[in-house]
Design a protein around this ligand. Sequence first.
Ligand code: SF4
Length: 354
Amino acid sequence: MLPSPETAEVIRRELLDWYRKNRRDLPWRKNKDPYRIWLSEIMLQQTRVDTVIPYYERFMEQFPTLEDLANATDDQVVKAWEGLGYYSRARNLHSAVKEVVANYGGRVPSEPETIAKLKGIGPYTKGAILSIAYDKKVPAVDGNVMRVFSRLFAITDDIAKQSTRKKMERIAEALIPDSAPGDFNQALMELGALICTPGSPQCLFCPVQSVCHAYREGLEHELPRKKKQKPPEPVDVIFAWLICAGRVLVEKRPETGLLAGMWGLPTFEQVPGETLEQTMENFCDKKGVPASNYQVKGRLEHIFSHRHWKVVMIQAEVSEPDFPLPENWEWVKKEDLRLRAFPNVYRKALKQLI
Ligand code: SF4
């Protein structure tokens, strides 16, 4: 059910007033440049504001304009993203920015249908860019907004469901004011980030408490409802640390799947029923690597959204460095490893290995 016109009016007025007094001074709020807003929205997906700020500032320093980013190499972009995780975000952003320069004269499209076709831009990012940069009345419903709406209107539907998101988008459409739609969308997100927080909603300080159903009914800690997700699947993985005269073999991962296109150490799954050494030996044989002296050098665990890697790092000495390298493998001097962009799981491994 949509909010009544009176309730909608209270929400707009109180929320905008609160936001204008309490908004955080964040680097992407300095102006309405769509490129700056786009970058911030992509970095903020699944990542906390405090973590994003230094990355954002460094990234903007390195690629101050859309053209600078479009002209960068994939490796430069991934290196600038190093440590932020979810690297497909960086790769999609890079490819979409190149498309904007090639096909739209370097101007981020302001039409919903056009911007939605760019890689990595889903309904939320589309709404955020269009409303904040171009003052368009387009909803931007993220996790924060879903939580606020669930509580404000006592919506008990599972927020992981697409149908619930659609419902929330219809509510947002009914609420967005003609003036300042960008401020309104940001005010909702800010309320979710600062007041209507997941664990401890600060209802006493909330600007929309007077119209909040969850507060009135004492449900603020029960909502939102979300079906428990399956825990990430555990996988036993081996990282091969293949060394020869101060150099190490690194591998560029396949263009699809987990950590697509990223540099890493040669990586493969432990075969059930085999010892670590057998799996490592079979892997080296299959790849044609003349390796010997296998030794376990360390262990670590890393959790992705759907996988839980239990990693063993195995060192082996390569006797003959000039063997034909498998595709996407390279020798790198140990001291040059820091120049490559490695995702976190490999950086953790390298910390132990070097
Ligand atoms: S009153 Fe409490 S539950 Fe309701 S929107 Fe505000 S902080 Fe959230």
